[in-house]
Each structure stands twice: as structure tokens, then as C-alpha cells.
Design a protein around this ligand. Structure first.
Ligand SMILES: Nc1ncnc2c1ncn2[C@@H]1O[C@H](COP(=O)(O)OP(=O)(O)OP(=O)(O)O)[C@@H](O)[C@H]1O
Ligand SMILES: [Mg+2]
Length: 278
């Protein structure tokens, strides 16, 4: 039995350990560690949810290459039920330089994420009570078909959660996004993304909206109630993926029926825990 299905972006992350900010152009930093990890919002989310003990399925795409094999092997070890299609393109790659102040700079090659589309998704594999979707900007094809996909999922009475992840900015018509948002029960955004989308939240009335605020913590809005949690004081070693870990922890508690404040507090603690370990 599956509890949650995660659909969306899957790639490898090549991440540096946290360094001081660069002072000049063409500067080189020597680090003790650069790690190759499974990444992409949908995959990160699935891995953390599995770590929390839930049964999670991941639907996405990889290429017929070394990185695709690496991702499949890692997911197997972690225990995520991966249903990844292999497409005729290379696996996506994100290169991330992480900084000690908690920020990062990312460069992303979308690879197979750009090609994944509705036709590659087997609806009967979307299982569990909650369906999570991540990677709106990267999934150029699937994004356009989300209303069709979400309508099918909703018809089965499932809860839909979305983190569009707009770190690459808004590369689509906002009306297209609002068409998708109609089907979403739990929306995750960070402060910058929230501002990019709209200057008020009337469009999301009656559902759950979570705004992540980095070191400042997070805000949740649900049924006219507004709950705020402050960020934990921690040494940042690994900020890339903290947002996905936050979402996974929130969904874990939401699934088991916790109140909004408890979901936020747990998510905030798990994300803080994650960023302290590289
Ligand atoms: N420097 C920090 N100190 C403490 N907690 C942090 C810090 N950065 C992030 N967090 C925790 O992680 C959560 C998610 O981080 P953030 O607000 O950066 O989300 P995001 O922008 O969606 O991240 P991502 O870049 O992974 O998409 C925050 O709401 C907070 O709970
Ligand atoms: Mg995010």
C-alpha cells in the first residue's frame, strides 16, 4: 500500500560543501567535499518522506545514462517505489554551490524532465491519499497538461499538493498557473515565489497555503487562520533541498491528521535538521 505519490522533477545534484561568498571573478575555492546525490524536488520529497517511514512512490523520468542508473540504484537503497520512465535525452543535472550564509547558486540542465509528459504517466500508478507535484518550471511539457492530470486525480478523491519551485522565475503565463492552482489543496511557496505570483492570496481561499521564509521560518494560512513559526538558529551546511524536506515533513504530519501549527513546527524542525548535515 502506498501512502503518497510524488510526481515531477528528478535529477542528479552535484553539490559543493558550504563555502564563503566569492569576492571576485574567476576565483577558485578548494573544498574537502563535492557530493553527487539524487536531486530534483519530487525525488528529494520522496526520499525524505520515506526516511520518515511512509510508503512513497515516485513518478518521473531519467535518461539511459550513468546518472539515470545512479538515481535508480540510490532510490532502491532508500526504499522509494520509483516508477521512472527512460526517455531519449540525458538525465537532468543541477550543479549547486552552497554558501555558509545559507544561500546557494544553482545551474540546471533539465534533461528528461523537460520531455516528460502526460502520455508517459500511467494513471493507475498514482496511488495513495495524497499526490504531490513539484518542478513546474522544469517540466515544460507536463506542466501544460497538469489541469487534465489533476482533474483525473481529483476525481478519485485524492488530495493534491503542489510546490511549483520558481527559482528560475516565471517562465509561463500566470493564467496557466491559476488554472492548475484550482485543483490544488495544499500549496507550498517561498516568499519570493508568493510575491511573483500575486500580491494577495484570495485566489487560494478555502485551501492550505504554506509560505516558506528561509531562516525566518514559515507561515501557514488555512480557513482564515494564519500560523507563524520562527526559524531555528542553526549552522547551515546544506541548504539545497531544504524546501523539499520541509514539504515532506509537513505532508507527513498532514497525512496523519495533525493541526496546521504542528505540521509547520515539524516541517521547520526537519528542514533545520537537514540543513545542518552535508
Ligand atoms: N538558514 C536557515 N535556518 C533555519 N531554517 C532554515 C534556513 N533555511 C531554510 N530553513 C528551513 O527550511 C524551510 C524551507 O527553506 P526555504 O524557505 O529556503 O524554502 P524554499 O525556497 O522552497 O527552498 P528550496 O530552495 O529548497 O526550494 C524554511 O521554511 C525553514 O523552515
Ligand atoms: Mg522551493
Amino acid at each position: 500500500m502506498i501512502n503518497v505519490t510524488s510526481i515531477g522533477d528528478v535529477n542528479v545534484d552535484i553539490l559543493s560543501e558550504a563555502v564563503e561568498k566569492f569576492e571576485e571573478n574567476n576565483e577558485q575555492k578548494i573544498v574537502e567535499q563535492i557530493k553527487l546525490k539524487v536531486g530534483g524536488g519530487a525525488a528529494n520529497f520522496a526520499c525524505w518522506l520515506r526516511k520518515l517511514g511512509m510508503k512513497v512512490r515516485l513518478i518521473g523520468a531519467v535518461g539511459n545514462d550513468m546518472f539515470g542508473e545512479f538515481i535508480k540504484e540510490e532510490l532502491k537503497k532508500i526504499g522509494v517505489d520509483a516508477r521512472l520512465v527512460t526517455l531519449k535525452e540525458r538525465t537532468g543535472i543541477t550543479i549547486g554551490i552552497q554558501f555558509k550564509d545559507g544561500s546557494k547558486r544553482l545551474v540546471t540542465f533539465r534533461g528528461t524532465n523537460r520531455l516528460l509528459s502526460f502520455q508517459h504517466i500511467n494513471i493507475s500508478e498514482i496511488d495513495g491519499d495524497i499526490v504531490y507535484f513539484s518542478g513546474y518550471n522544469l517540466l515544460e511539457n507536463l506542466r501544460k497538461e497538469l489541469p487534465k492530470l489533476f482533474e483525473k486525480i481529483k476525481r478519485e478523491g485524492k488530495i493534491i499538493s503542489l510546490d511549483p519551485d520558481l527559482k528560475a522565475g516565471i517562465t509561463f503565463e500566470k493564467s496557466e498557473f491559476f488554472e492548475v492552482a484550482k485543483y490544488v489543496d495544499i500549496m507550498f511557496l517561498n516568499e519570493k515565489e508568493a510575491r511573483l505570483i500575486s500580491n494577495n492570496f484570495k485566489w487560494f481561499k478555502g485551501r492550505t497555503l504554506v509560505i516558506k521564509r528561509g531562516r525566518k521560518g514559515a507561515i501557514g494560512i488555512e480557513n482564515g487562520e494564519r500560523v507563524e513559526v520562527s526559524g531555528k538558529e542553526v549552522e547551515v551546511k546544506n541548504p539545497t533541498g531544504a524546501g523539499d524536506v520541509f514539504n515532506a515533513a509537513f505532508i507527513h504530519h498532514y497525512y496523519y491528521g495533525y493541526e496546521l501549527r504542528e505540521c509547520l513546527e515539524f516541517a521547520n524542525s526537519e528542514a533545520a535538521e537537514y540543513i545542518q548535515n552535508f
